[in-house]
Design a protein around this ligand. Structure first.
Ligand SMILES: [Zn+2]
Length: 229
């Protein structure tokens, strides 16, 4: 699947979205995030891939043009919006920190590179492993480091959040899936399902028994995490 070429339309169809506008798309899919990069001379960010295709340095995103009258290229890249929610930069940074602190596995990121207008090349699946803050002489920018992942198989079409469920033994997952009949336990949806820790893993909830694990759809999970935070 490495370096396959897709039209923009094909790429959107693969990712099951109408449009792909943003470069950074944290957890766009329950299983992975998507990054669109470009190394063309007129690209707005300076992203790079090592010659062996294994390491990517990806520049974080600027303050949206609409929110300030100043040139975004003169402003530090934002980690939060003014109302305190995480920007895409902030979400990717949190994923790096959770990974480094052993709270979660590295975030899996699918990377497409624009090679011509409307033509995209799939670079593969990468692990998001680090970020740095670089001063470009005018302001601070984030630089994310991604390494080609051992896992390159996204051919299966199960709607399961693999990146966040690796710690749950597969016996437990099978049992929970059966018990919850492949549906969100709150709303009955069969889309964007994943295994949820009823008591969060970060608060001591266990992965080892089915009692603390349930199926939730992305929407109900979002409502739940809003409540917790
Ligand atoms: Zn639901």
């Amino acid at each position: 699947m490495l370096d396959q070429i897709y039209s923009y339309r094909e790429m959107c169809d693969i990712e099951n979205v109408q449009t792909l506008q943003r470069g950074m798309n944290f957890r766009m899919n329950p299983r992975y995030s998507v990054i669109l990069m470009s190394r063309r001379s007129n690209a707005p960010y300076s992203d790079s891939i090592s010659d062996d295709g294994i390491t990517i340095e990806y520049e974080g995103h600027d303050e949206p043009k609409t929110s300030y009258e100043m040139n975004p290229k003169l402003l530090d890249q934002p980690q939060q919006t003014r109302n305190g929610t995480l920007t895409q930069n902030g979400k990717f940074i949190k994923a790096v920190e959770d990974f480094k602190n052993g709270i979660s596995e590295s975030e899996i990121v699918k990377v497409y590179e624009k090679i011509l207008p409307g033509v995209w090349s799939l670079k593969g699946l990468f692990d998001l492993i680090d970020y740095n803050i670089k001063n470009d002489g005018k302001r601070n920018v984030f630089v994310f480091t991604l390494k080609l992942s051992d896992e390159q198989d996204l051919t299966t079409n199960e709607h399961i959040d693999l990146a966040h469920t690796r710690l749950i033994p597969s016996e437990v997952k099978k049992e929970v899936w059966k018990r919850d009949a492949g549906k969100c336990v709150l709303c009955g949806s069969t889309k964007n399902l994943h295994f949820d820790h009823d008591l969060p893993f970060s608060r001591g909830g266990t992965s080892l028994t089915t009692k603390n694990i349930r199926l939730l759809c992305a929407k109900c999970n979002l409502a739940k995490s809003d409540k917790i935070e």
